[in-house]
Design a binder for this molecule. Structure first.
Ligand code: NVA
Length: 217
């Protein structure tokens, strides 16, 4: 019915299978606005923001992700693999990103010269990084686990001490909402607020581009 009413459907939900099922039956474009597995609009936005701030090809830049191996980590692996970036994620052993996505991204990386590496030590991940990204420790749908996760992820906070291991011109990004004092300190957030709010604004432009590409006649 929605296909008869609309030019496209953008869906934010939990189970990724719901988006796939909708796309199977819809005759209009279905855009993933976030699932528990992937957040593709955000990774496209982040790549645009990196291009704006680093002023050169994405190929060869190093992105380090620190925190929970979640929908953003999965999406960064796909995105970095496609554009030839070096991607390293530091997560606790039991909170690694999705295994199938990791395998797919490693396969994609072969074609572009990208690399995808998973580690547990945040300092190892951020060494010489051009970009550090993090995300909430408790994603949508995991609110009840928030307190327990605060303890598990405490060693994975993005703070000044961690930034000292990265490239001197490192930028820090966050897809928001951010929990200051948890995954990112207040001072690191504020020092990078110009990048983080460019990133927030760029979701608008990226999503307009996605609509133009998929829906324009
Ligand atoms: N991992 C976060 C991303 C928020 C944009 C979540 O799923 O809640």
């Amino acid at each position: 019915m929605l296909s008869r009413y609309l030019d496209g459907i953008m869906i934010r939900t939990f189970g990724h299978d719901r988006v796939e099922e909708l796309a199977e039956y819809a005759s209009v474009p279905v855009i993933n606005a976030l699932t528990d597995l992937l957040h593709p609009c955000q990774v496209l936005t982040d790549l645009l923001t990196i291009k704006e701030h680093k002023g050169k090809d994405l190929k060869g830049l190093k992105m380090a992700y620190v925190g929970d191996g979640n929908n953003m980590t999965n999406s960064y692996m796909y995105g970095c693999a496609k554009v030839g970036m070096t991607f390293v994620a530091a997560t606790p052993e039991d909170y690694r990103p999705n295994e199938t996505v990791t395998k797919n991204a490693i396969a994609d990386a072969r074609a572009t010269g990208a690399s995808i590496t998973l580690v547990t030590d945040p300092k190892e991940a951020v060494k010489d990084a051009d970009i550090i990204v993090t995300d909430t420790w408790a994603s949508m749908g995991q609110e009840a686990e928030h307190d327990a996760r605060k303890k598990i992820f405490a060693p994975y906070q993005v703070n000044q001490e961690l930034l000292n291991e990265a490239d001197k011109r490192v930028i820090v990004m966050h897809c928001l909402p951010a929990y200051r004092g948890e995954e990112i300190t207040e001072d690191v957030f504020e020092a990078n607020a110009n990048v983080i709010f460019d990133e927030a604004e760029n979701r608008l432009h990226t999503q307009k581009a996605i609509m133009a590409l998929t829906m324009a006649d």
